[in-house]
Ligand binder design. Structure first.
Ligand code: PMP
Length: 356
């Protein structure tokens, strides 16, 4: 090791899912199989390219206002960023500055650990129970902050608002972040609790239910005081996080509520159909309330299945790691895509006896 290397900040980075550049059935990164709202395309076509000379609005005012109206909150209660990854990273930087460990589940979005390491934030990871449920009592102890997704990823399990409130009640002296990347496929959002709990931050994204992973838009909703702290950190880091195109397209996506609800319903219907089919093939999985299903099979190795699927140009996610070595995360695609997945699995199971 060269002497100068000892002062380099070394991190073990997050590994994103593959983005193959050839055509595949892509069920590996929880994207939406449907296009964004028609208004997004129209806005793009009508975009004034000359505006690209100028910096975008640093406050992202239009987008912030559109989201605030949509959720019935004030503009000062909304913070936007480059995907919820950016928003969450900013939250870690801003709110998790205690010597006490922050808490998040042992099986959860693997980026939390990466940010904690990057920012040198101490952390502890209480284990999910045997059914992959968060044990709320594990979050009653002293800590430097709490974060978890609801529904959790990759387990797909949604907990109701009583559960969230219980965690909030036991953690009034620290910031609690609920990462709702998949909430639109699940149930009630914790946004309705923000007036009641001044330490609560809810983070959502345009990447899943709004079909805009490629535009990178995420947001946090909280009270004006916490949003101000987030903005202070943002303006100390990069004033122009959101690009002009995303700002314009994001507004259009939020405006079309009917289209949004229709696409979400289609995905939920396909998910429920896929669950039945997978169950009939002997797969086991927690009851998904997300746009993905976290499956294991008593006879077939997850890794081998993953590889066989990939060979057939069907991409799913094998995360590996403790307790989930035998699991695959399968995003819910179109009904046709899921039918192709199921018929591949049927064939595979006929031809292979199973390794276990
Ligand atoms: N939170 C969770 C739980 C996720 O699964 C993801 C998707 N990888 C994100 C946040 C980040 O999504 P994005 O940055 O696309 O908004």
């Amino acid at each position: 090791m060269k002497a100068f290397e000892k002062n380099i900040r070394k991190v073990e980075p997050y590994v994103p899912g593959e983005q193959p550049q050839h055509k595949v059935i892509k069920l590996n990164t929880n994207e939406n199989p449907y296009p964004p709202a028609p208004g997004v395309k129209e806005a793009l076509m009508n975009m004034d390219v000359d505006r690209m000379r100028l910096y975008p609005d640093p406050t992202a005012g239009n987008l912030v206002h559109t989201l605030a109206e949509y959720y019935g909150v004030k503009d000062e209660q909304v913070f936007v960023g480059v995907g919820s990854d950016d928003v969450l990273a900013m939250c870690f930087l801003t709110f998790f500055n205690s010597d006490k460990p922050i808490l998040f589940p042992d099986i959860t979005y693997s980026f939390y650990k990466v940010w904690a390491e990057l920012y040198r934030i101490p952390y502890e990871c209480p284990a999910l129970d045997d059914n992959f449920r968060i044990v709320k009592e594990d979050y009653y102890k002293e800590n430097g902050g709490v974060i978890f997704p609801n529904p959790n990823a990759p387990t797909s399990i949604y907990e109701d608002l009583d559960f969230i409130e219980d965690i909030l009640k036991h953690n009034q002296d620290v910031i609690v972040i609920v990462d709702e990347a998949y909430i639109d496929f699940a149930g009630k959002s914790a946004i309705e609790l923000i007036d009641k709990y001044e330490n609560l931050i809810v983070v959502q994204t345009f990447s899943k239910a709004r079909s805009m992973a490629g535009m990178r838009i995420g947001y946090a909703i909280s009270n004006p005081i916490l949003i101000k702290y987030l903005n202070d950190a943002k303006y100390s880091f990069n004033s122009y996080t959101m690009n002009q195109t995303s700002l314009i397209c994001g507004v259009e996506a939020v405006k079309d509520k009917a289209y949004f609800e229709e696409q979400v319903q289609k995905i939920v219907d396909t998910r429920e159909w896929a669950k039945e089919e997978l169950r009939a093939l002997g797969f086991e999985f927690p009851d998904s309330k997300s746009n993905f299903i976290f499956v294991t099979h008593p006879k077939f190795s997850a890794k081998k299945l993953f590889e066989a699927l990939k060979k057939a140009n069907i991409y799913v996610r094998f995360l590996g790691g403790a307790r989930i070595q035998e699991y695959l995360r399968i995003s819910v695609g179109t009904r046709e895509e899921m039918e192709m997945l199921i018929s591949f699995l049927k064939e595979y199971m006929k031809e292979n006896k199973g390794e276990k």
